[in-house]
Design a protein around this ligand. Structure first.
Ligand SMILES: *[C@@H]1O[C@H](CO)[C@@H](O)[C@H](O)[C@H]1NC(C)=O
Ligand SMILES: *[C@@H]1O[C@H](CO)[C@@H](O)[C@H](O)[C@H]1NC(C)=O
Ligand SMILES: *[C@@H]1O[C@H](CO)[C@@H](O)[C@H](O)[C@H]1NC(C)=O
Length: 201
């Protein structure tokens, strides 16, 4: 009898959880680093459905719209990461290192959690002619909720290409990906619901 009651209680709790996913939204308004003048403007939109039934529906969705990225090298790629602090007191350097709550080495966004920082989002590709970056991606690891939430933390767009941590004997590679100076940054802020048409999967 007790076992039966327990069984139904678990079922009910489980069912309620599944029926009530919550959608979290955030924005980040990218601005030039005060220590490296440039004319970048941009907005990053975030959406995540906490408690969605399917694993893929729980992934963080990120839409990046950036303008006026100057051509600094011939790769047109820029390291892009979540940094530990949402602090711009002394410009983008105040954001500290990559957000790395698990104390792992730097890597690519596609890597296993043991082989990347939670804040590792790889590179963004800029259009070499227009200087724009318009990208949609999803990440299975970063979250807008829970103990590893990135709300209130920083996002940094770097001047150079992230080597994705491939050189294990180079401390630069395994910590920052050697992606160079901080071009622009912003603080991830909770936002009102963002219209679907902002996201361009
Ligand atoms: C930013 O824009 C101003 C005005 O158009 C221009 O003079 C300046 O060279 C630009 N700076 C960079 C780093 O592109
Ligand atoms: C790009 O920078 C130029 C020069 O500062 C500015 O006039 C223009 O409005 C910027 N474009 C965007 C889309 O921000
Ligand atoms: C890896 O890093 C080490 C130390 O900085 C350097 O000597 C070596 O050339 C690098 N290897 C490659 C393949 O870039």
């Amino acid at each position: 009898m007790l076992t039966t009651i327990f069984f139904f209680a678990v079922l009910t709790v489980g069912w309620t959880r599944m029926r009530e996913p919550s959608v979290h939204y955030a924005v980040c308004n990218l601005r030039p680093s005060s220590v490296l003048p440039n004319n970048i403007t941009g907005t990053i939109y975030f959406r995540q459905t906490h408690g969605a039934r399917k694993r893929k529906d729980r992934y963080m969705q990120v839409q990046v719209d950036v303008d006026n990225v100057s051509l600094l090298d011939n790769t047109n790629k820029h390291g892009f990461h979540v940094h530990e602090f949402g602090d711009t007191s002394a410009g983008c350097p105040s954001m500290g290192p990559h957000y790395n709550p698990r104390g792992t080495l730097h890597g690519d966004i596609m890597n296993q959690p043991t082989d990347r920082h939670v804040g590792d989002w790889g590179n963004l590709q800029q259009d070499p002619v227009s200087g724009k970056i318009k990208v949609y991606f999803v990440d299975y690891l970063t979250k807008l909720h829970g103990p590893e939430s990135i709300l209130g933390r920083g996002v940094v767009l770097h001047a150079g290409q992230d080597d994705l941590g491939v050189n294990k004997t180079d401390p630069g590679s395994t910590s920052t990906g050697n992606s160079g100076a901080r071009l622009a940054c912003c603080v991830i802020a909770r936002s009102a619901p963002i219209p679907d048409d902002k996201f361009m999967p």
